[in-house]
Design a binder for this molecule. Structure first.
Ligand SMILES: Cc1cc2nc3c(=O)[nH]c(=O)nc-3n(C[C@H](O)[C@H](O)[C@H](O)COP(=O)(O)OP(=O)(O)OC[C@H]3O[C@@H](n4cnc5c(N)ncnc54)[C@H](O)[C@@H]3O)c2cc1C
Length: 410
């Protein structure tokens, strides 16, 4: 089979598009990726300026992700691990909450911490052990409720929900009401219990860079925004029409017209601000949470090995809704850091407002069902928005869509 002669297009060089290209290459195809921006990675990007690495929003790779284990070479990513658990700033006094299952040294502060009752700590241990026995398939087949309802039904105290679960999972789901599906909670909790949260040494963008480097027969065309897909063609914004034998789209599109415009997908947003500070007030590798309900900031950490102007860099994430201008936001975040965490910032470094960070959706899945659009011939769908907002889902969707495409052509 001469698969290189096939005109196969992938729209988007996000993680789903890159994994789709990798999967198609393994089947012998040589796809072309059309990317609207000037570099790969989609939501997984880092900038390096004056030797400092800035991720576009704080995100972590969970090393237990089954898809990441298959598609990434962890050793070559030089992963820097976060310590399990978190440091919680609650009314001024930082408290360490850890996972005694993996990091025994965190047991004592966990037992002593005022973040939750002893019963809560036992329940966290029990939940973690229980989820280790529950498969990912079982998790995504369990009836959904909100994460908050799930935690209340599990019998956690209001105190531990407010001081640990809301800031910790609010920072992951990018919404503090914990209205995200309990399936996502169980999946994420399981992944945290079975592996580590980590970031590549050179920033989260290294994940996309590794996937790009692994492609040998794929052509990536940057600055090529796609306007519309039809049965048999891809139409670029400039009007150029590319005949296509099969197309795999990784972004939301309008199933009636084939236009790549927002199609009813709602998104969670966040702000990520970087400052430098005179000294680290807690260790690298620790994720700190701000539990005080009046604080705007959600979490902070010291990016591994990052110094600007000879001082440690601090990354801060805001999840709560606000209507502040950039200048007001910087001011407010600096005040919050001092007030709730006792951290005085030296200077402001960078701000990323990530408007489309995570897709909001119900009926979360981990196995794609919508791999093919029935309205168009040979049009295949991928992207985290079809399943759930995670690197694992992006990879799973890209792989499944590419397999369906290859099967259809074969
Ligand atoms: C702030 C933040 C925190 C996160 N935290 C985590 C975390 O801790 N752990 C985790 O697992 N996941 C996390 N995620 C989610 C994870 O990053 C995403 O699930 C994943 O990157 C989505 O990949 P994708 O390929 O589906 O989509 P995208 O990354 O959105 O890729 C789509 C690509 O298509 C391109 N494109 C768009 N329109 C067009 C067009 N018309 N023509 C051509 N190209 C187009 C875009 O430029 C982009 O490159 C986080 C995301 C963000 C933003």
């Amino acid at each position: 089979m001469n698969t290189t002669a096939d005109q196969i297009y992938i729209v988007g060089t996000g993680i789903s598009g890159l994994v789709a290209a990798r999967t198609l290459e393994k089947k012998g195809y040589a796809p072309v990726i059309l990317e609207s921006s000037d570099r790969p990675g989609g939501r997984v990007k880092s900038d390096t300026e004056s030797g400092v690495v800035y991720d576009h929003g704080f995100q972590v790779l969970l090393t237990a992700y089954p898809q990441a284990r298959r598609h990434l070479d962890f050793d070559k990513l030089n992963l820097r691990r976060f310590l399990p658990g978190a440091l919680v700033f609650n009314t001024g006094t930082p408290q360490r909450i850890g996972d005694p299952l993996r990091n025994f040294s965190s047991l004592l502060p966990t037992l002593n911490s005022k973040v939750g009752t002893l019963k809560d700590k036992w329940k966290i241990f029990r939940l973690s052990s229980g989820l280790k026995q529950k498969s990912v398939d079982e998790i995504f087949a369990t009836p959904e409720q909100t994460t908050l309802q799930y935690l209340e039904a599990y019998g956690f105290s209001d105190q531990v929900i407010r001081t640990f679960f809301k800031p910790f999972f609010g920072g992951i789901f990018l919404e503090e009401a914990l209205s995200t599906s309990s399936r996502m909670f169980e999946f994420t909790f399981k992944m945290f219990s079975e592996g580590y949260a980590a970031i590549p040494d050179s920033g989260i963008g290294a994940i996309a860079a590794q996937l790009v480097a692994g492609l040998n027969r794929t052509t990536i065309r940057y600055n090529q925004p796609v306007q519309q897909v039809t049965s048999g063609a891809v139409i670029l914004k400039g009007g150029e029409k590319l005949p296509s034998r099969a197309t795999l789209i990784t972004v939301p599109f309008n199933p009636e017209t084939g236009e790549l415009r927002e199609s009813g997908v709602a998104w969670e947003r966040c702000d990520n601000l970087y400052f430098n500070v005179s000294k680290r007030t807690f260790e690298e590798g620790v994720i700190a949470l701000v539990a005080d309900p009046d604080a705007l900031i959600n979490n902070l950490y010291f990016p591994f090995g990052q110094n600007a102007e000879g001082c440690p860099v601090l990354s801060v994430t805001v999840v709560k809704k606000h209507a502040l201008s950039k200048a007001e936001l910087i001011q407010r975040v600096s005040e919050d850091l001092e007030r709730y965490c006792g951290i005085k910032t030296k200077s402001f470094l960078k701000h990323y407002a990530v408007e489309r960070a995570l897709p909001k959706r119900g009926d979360l899945k981990m196995k794609p069902v919508e791999v093919q659009s029935l309205d168009f011939d040979n049009l295949f769908l991928a992207g985290d928005y079809l399943l759930n907002g995670s690197l694992n889902a992006a990879m799973a969707s890209g792989e499944a869509a590419a397999e369906a495409l290859a099967a259809s052509l074969a």
